[in-house]
Write a protein that binds this ligand. Structure first.
Ligand code: ES4
Ligand code: ZN
Length: 326
């Protein structure tokens, strides 16, 4: 079989996926029409043409605007169902999806609407595809600590359905330490922790995540490679990095996939995984990410199998379940 089919058939876990970033332009138009919302695009082609970004903030502005079409439980359910159907077809047998409640509560869509729609899609995907799923609540780091605490309080009735909290949005100028207390409160409630760090931000932000927040995973982590002592710390901690190559390319974190550091991460002994981040905006699914780096960096089947294996050992599944996937 060719490498593309090998990749699809390889059982994979997706650990870094923003559900709002899985909103394909076709569904954006359908939801805009269903909800009587005007969007600033005339066609699917015009939307895709707008997806040319020079940095993270460029993308975030368009991503938050696109989320405005999401209004009802059914919208969140349909959004997540479309993602799970594509993921299952891609060979994903476990998915840990992130959502940004503040993007929705700030524009008057209740936390309950958002999470109930996502949870019903998760239950349906588990039944239909035999996959497992988990939910990660992300705090927006460009907003205040107080707003993050308010969001954690809103999540209280659903804590048994939330596995972890994360930290996303604009990294530069928003060091992780700003949220140390809210993450400590989340930890005390039994939640796992992950945080975006070292995507655009410096190695110092990755150090803060390790030393001040104490996360279970790091999302991206690319810029950790600039600091040898940090690489050593991540390696000895067996810290999982959720790396997103097509995202890195579209947001200009790397200038060319031919220069992507994924194989340098593995060679340095880091527990890297491959993920799609915001597939509707970055031009590819998780399997597309595996195929793209396999081609650009000449990864062989053993390296791809290592990356897939890391996705299970780095997951938030129970240890017995992880063992059953290895
Ligand atoms: C994101 Cl790629 C990325 N980085 C930071 N925050 C995000 N939210 C959605 N995608
Ligand atoms: Zn992300």
């Amino acid at each position: 079989a060719d490498l593309g089919s090998f990749i699809t058939a390889l059982p994979k876990a997706e650990l870094h996926l923003h559900i709002e970033g899985s909103l394909e332009p076709e569904l954006m138009f359908a939801l805009a029409e269903r909800n009587g919302i005007t969007i600033p695009y005339r066609s699917v082609e015009e939307v895709r043409a707008a997806y040319a970004f020079s940095n993270l903030q460029d993308f975030l502005d368009i991503y938050y605007a696109g989320a405005a079409v999401l209004q009802t439980r059914a919208d969140f359910h349909d959004l997540a169902t479309a993602y799970f159907d594509r993921a299952a077809a891609d060979g994903v047998i476990h998915a840990e999806i992130m959502f940004d409640p503040q993007t929705h509560t700030e524009r008057g869509v209740a936390f309950a609407i958002v999470i109930e729609g996502l949870l019903s899609a998760m239950a349906q995907a588990e039944a239909r595809h035999g996959m497992t799923t988990r939910l990660i609540l992300c705090f927006l780091r460009h907003l205040s600590e107080e707003a993050a605490f308010a969001t954690l309080a809103e999540a209280e009735p659903w804590l048994e359905h939330i596995t972890a909290v994360g930290l996303d949005s604009s990294e530069l100028g928003h060091p992780p330490a700003k949220f140390a207390r809210v993450f400590a409160a989340a930890r005390a409630k039994g939640l796992k922790i992950t945080a975006h760090a070292g995507e655009e931000g410096p190695p110092a932000y990755v150090w803060e995540v390790l030393d001040i927040i104490g996360t279970d995973r790091i999302d991206h982590g690319n810029r950790a490679l600039e600091d040898a002592a940090l690489v050593e710390r991540l390696r000895t901690a067996d810290m999982t990095l959720t790396v997103c190559p097509l995202s890195n390319l579209k947001l200009c974190v790397v200038d060319d996939l031919a220069n992507h550091p994924i194989d340098r991460m593995l060679a340095a002994g880091l527990k890297a995984t491959l993920n799609s981040d915001d597939p509707a905006y970055f031009g590819g699914t998780i399997a597309d990410n595996y195929r793209a780096v396999a081609q650009a960096r000449g990864l062989d089947r053993a390296a791809l199998a290592t990356l897939a294996r890391n996705s299970f050992t780095g997951s938030f599944l129970p240890h017995e379940t992880i063992a059953s996937h290895l």
